[in-house]
Design a protein around this ligand. Structure first.
Ligand code: BTN
Length: 325
């Protein structure tokens, strides 16, 4: 943790104020150095007052993503987020992480962007990524899984997002198979899992996540008006993106550990308990094929088991689902 993040952590944990002397002792730096870190936090929009009685007091935080700050809020043993990079603007964070993967960066790297110019969703769709309004990020993983088992990572990500969103905003989204999170029937988050693999070996997996956090209803225009929402619209509160980011990385690390330790069935149970698709009659457009039937369960690889109208059980890895009833 760098000195500014340590000062921020100290100020957050004591909102009544922390004396300059106390900060000097905790960080082992001079008063002048503390002052200069306070100034740089202020320059980033943190409202910090200094008074002889209370010392430094944090009054207001800007809704900013700072790599060190996010990292200071996760556990040291958390793998996802062991390296965090925040960039102002890029085409797509999945592209950034793919480049890093090809340069042999270790797993756990996470790249956030404040905005994306070519954010993408599944099936080549465009993903709107307005500046500073949401969380647009990608994580690099190098799992010890067969390519066919990597669907588990998407399911586990959905579970991690639900836990983190519930903890940070009080809202518990439901899952629309395979990778959408919905609140009141509208999409609030999506997951784009991409991988580089040979037939029997995974080189790396990129988990791309988009969460609509602080948009207002008016920010959703055109077709998004009917189908998308944000955590702010649904909860009525502005959400700290940095707290949410840290909570998501922590939960991703937990579910990734579970998967690596053979505990996917536990995650599948949690996924099923939060899934709005299971138990319904659905139609699935899987590109080349269409399926109709009852969504019964998630199998051990993360694929959906669909009981067709002819009584056959189909195993479906991905597609677009619509609920019939
Ligand atoms: C979907 O719902 O179809 C998936 C949406 C995934 C969007 C995220 S935003 C961060 C990452 N970068 C991208 O270009 N896409 C993913």
């Amino acid at each position: 943790m760098n000195s500014s993040s340590q000062i921020l952590a100290a100020l957050r944990s004591n909102l009544n104020g922390v004396s300059g002397g106390d900060l000097c002792n905790r960080l082992g730096i001079s008063r002048a150095a503390v002052w200069s870190h306070i100034e740089s936090l202020r320059a980033n929009g943190f409202e910090i007052i200094a008074s002889p009685h209370r010392g430094y007091q944090l009054l207001h935080e800007p809704d900013l993503l700072l790599a060190d700050d996010i990292q200071s809020q996760i556990e040291t043993e958390d793998l996802v987020g062991s390296k965090v990079i925040v960039i102002q603007e890029t085409t797509s964070t999945n592209d950034e992480v793919a480049r890093a993967a090809q340069q042999n960066q270790p797993e756990g790297l996470v790249v956030f962007a404040e905005s994306q110019t070519k954010g993408r969703g599944r099936l080549g769709r465009k993903w709107d990524s307005p500046d500073g309004k949401g969380l647009w990020f990608s994580a690099l993983l190098r799992p010890a899984l067969a390519p066919s088992e990597c669907t588990r990572l998407t399911a586990a990500t959905a579970v991690a997002l639900i836990r983190a969103i519930a903890k940070t905003s009080g809202i518990t989204p439901s899952i629309k198979w395979p990778n959408d999170l919905l609140v009141n029937g509208k999409k609030v988050a999506g997951i784009l899992t991409e991988m580089s693999a040979e037939l029997d070996h995974v080189h790396y997996v990129i988990i791309g996540v988009g969460i609509d956090v602080n948009q207002t209803a008016a920010d959703f225009t055109g077709e998004l008006k009917e189908i998308a929402t944000s955590l702010k619209v649904e909860s009525g509160n502005e959400i700290s993106r940095s707290n949410l980011a840290a909570a998501v990385l922590h939960e991703l690390s937990r579910v990734y550990d579970q998967i690596q330790n053979g505990a996917f069935p536990k995650i599948a149970e949690e996924w099923a308990a939060n899934c709005a698709t299971l138990g319904n009659q659905v139609v699935i457009d899987a590109g080349a094929r269409q399926f109709a039937g009852r969504a019964e369960a998630l199998d051990e690889t993360g694929a959906l088991l669909l009981r067709t109208e002819h009584g056959r059980l189909e195993r479906i890895m991905g597609g677009d689902v619509s609920i019939v009833k």
